[in-house]
Design a protein around this ligand. Structure first.
Ligand SMILES: Cc1cc2nc3c(=O)[nH]c(=O)nc-3n(C[C@H](O)[C@H](O)[C@H](O)COP(=O)(O)OP(=O)(O)OC[C@H]3O[C@@H](n4cnc5c(N)ncnc54)[C@H](O)[C@@H]3O)c2cc1C
Length: 410
């Protein structure tokens, strides 16, 4: 494509002003591609600043890596790679009872979610208007655009609004209906935060499993710190997602007397800089678009934080949605229909990776926990030991990405 062709295509674009809700993974990735195709993205994020927390996320297969390469951030991510080795399940005395080699489950590139969010933010901040500490309160659509009101800022007009605001999406609630219609709770809650690497773990993790509970510690940032992770089985709890004190009280109640490092990590939790707590769930919707509003990432098709697919799926969704908008010269009717078509089978496959994992990771009974510990001990010696990794890679690659820049040029 010549510079002149590119300019002509940009001039022909409609619906250029796009508001995105959510500045984590899907939102900034979408902003990156929208800007590259000639749109003007604005991101509104409820948190007062970029949220740094979270455990490691995986990218696997050529679909994920090719998008990161085209975005020019693969080298930065390689530098931020966790380099994690095997992980051990331990007994109450901290003695490893089963080792899980890294290649059983790890993707091609594993980075801390916070590092990924920072790298995406750095890659987009010059060309994207970021509004932190605010949230959409209403969306009123007419034939020419959407009038958006906010908790703090004055109302504004946008051509399109995209919800990239996660499992509990505000945009989804405003445009499609209440959360209960779309979110399937998988029976587990999780908490993750940064703590001192007081066990001296060297690129590894220790996990301790009891009936309905799992507590783990993994070294991070080349052993200079660690991530503490708690999972517990429970029906959906009515905990305000912003009420950290109540969330920590629920964890304390659940893990007091649980053994191993539970008490020490509960103490550390109270001073953690980046405490993250959520229910584990999936989002199922018949359609991800309505009028001038569309959803991407966890807001649209969350596969669950146990699937190992959430960030890759969000990345692919952002690439496809921006590309289809560009290919349709901004015609959202055409682009949104193509986005649904391109993404549906892929998202369904990624969601299947999350099915059933919750019950295996946090077994409800002591007998099942003991059985699984024994079984995991054998996995490295079983003939199908790489099966999980192979299935995950195949799922992550199950999409033929269109080269939108070449397409638009043609
Ligand atoms: C702090 C944090 C830690 C996480 N830790 C893990 C982890 O350890 N393991 C894991 O598998 N997954 C984790 N996740 C989820 C993971 O990032 C996603 O599953 C995946 O990367 C898809 O990203 P997403 O951008 O679609 O959604 P998310 O990463 O959930 O991002 C949604 C964004 O929208 C923002 N938001 C929410 N409501 C509003 C609103 N009303 N207005 C504006 N913005 C809003 C949120 O603050 C967040 O920045 C974490 C998410 C966050 C925000």
């Amino acid at each position: 494509m010549t510079n002149h062709d590119a300019q002509t295509n940009r001039d022909a674009l409609t619906n250029r002003n796009v508001l995105i809700s959510g500045a984590s993974i899907a939102g900034p990735a979408l902003a990156y591609w929208l800007h590259r195709h000639g749109f003007n993205p604005t991101i509104v994020e409820r948190a007062p600043a970029l949220r740094e927390g979270g455990y490691a996320v995986d990218f696997r297969g050529e679909a994920h890596l090719s998008i990161l390469r085209r975005m020019g951030i693969l080298d930065d991510l390689e530098r931020a790679r966790t380099g994690m080795g095997s992980m051990s399940y331990v007994n109450s005395a901290g003695k490893p009872v089963a080792d899980m080699p890294a290649d059983l489950f790890a993707g091609d590139l594993e980075v801390l979610r916070g590092d990924l969010a920072r790298i995406l933010y750095d890659a987009t901040k010059e060309h994207t208007e970021y509004v932190f500490g605010d949230s959409i309160t209403s969306l009123t659509e007419d034939p020419d655009g959407v009038t958006v009101t906010f908790e703090r800022s004055a109302p504004r007009r946008f051509d399109l609004v995209i919800g990239a605001d996660g499992l509990h999406s505000n945009t989804r609630r405003l445009a499609f209906g209440p959360e209960e219609r779309f979110v399937k709770h998988l029976g587990v809650h999780c908490a993750i935060f940064t703590t001192a690497n007081h066990l001296g773990l060297d690129h590894t993790g220790h996990a301790y499993r009891t009936a309905g509970r799992l507590v783990a510690m993994y070294s991070a940032r080349h052993n200079t710190e660690a991530k503490a992770v708690f999972y517990f089985a429970s029906p959906k709890q009515d905990l305000d997602r912003r009420d950290v004190a109540r969330q920590q009280a629920a964890l304390t109640e659940c893990f007091t007397g649980n053994g191993w490092q539970s008490e020490r990590l509960l103490d550390d939790m109270r001073h953690a800089p980046d405490f993250y707590f959520d229910s584990v769930g999936q989002v199922h919707m018949d359609s991800w678009t309505r009028g001038r509003v569309a959803l991407i990432g966890d807001a649209a098709y969350c596969p669950s934080s146990l699937s190992g697919m959430g960030s890759g799926l969000a990345l692919v969704g952002a690439y496809v949605l921006a590309g289809e908008l560009a290919a349709a010269h901004g015609d959202h009717g055409v682009a949104f229909a193509r986005y649904e078509e391109e993404m549906r089978e892929y998202a369904t496959g990624c969601q299947k990776m999350g099915d059933g994992v919750a019950k295996l990771m946090v077994p409800r009974t002591r007998a099942l926990a003991t059985f699984l510990n024994g079984y995991y001990k054998l996995i490295p010696y079983l003939p199908g030991k790489n099966m999980a990794a192979k299935i995950a890679r195949k799922t992550a690659e199950n999409i033929k990405l269109r080269d939108y820049e070449a397409l638009i040029g043609a």
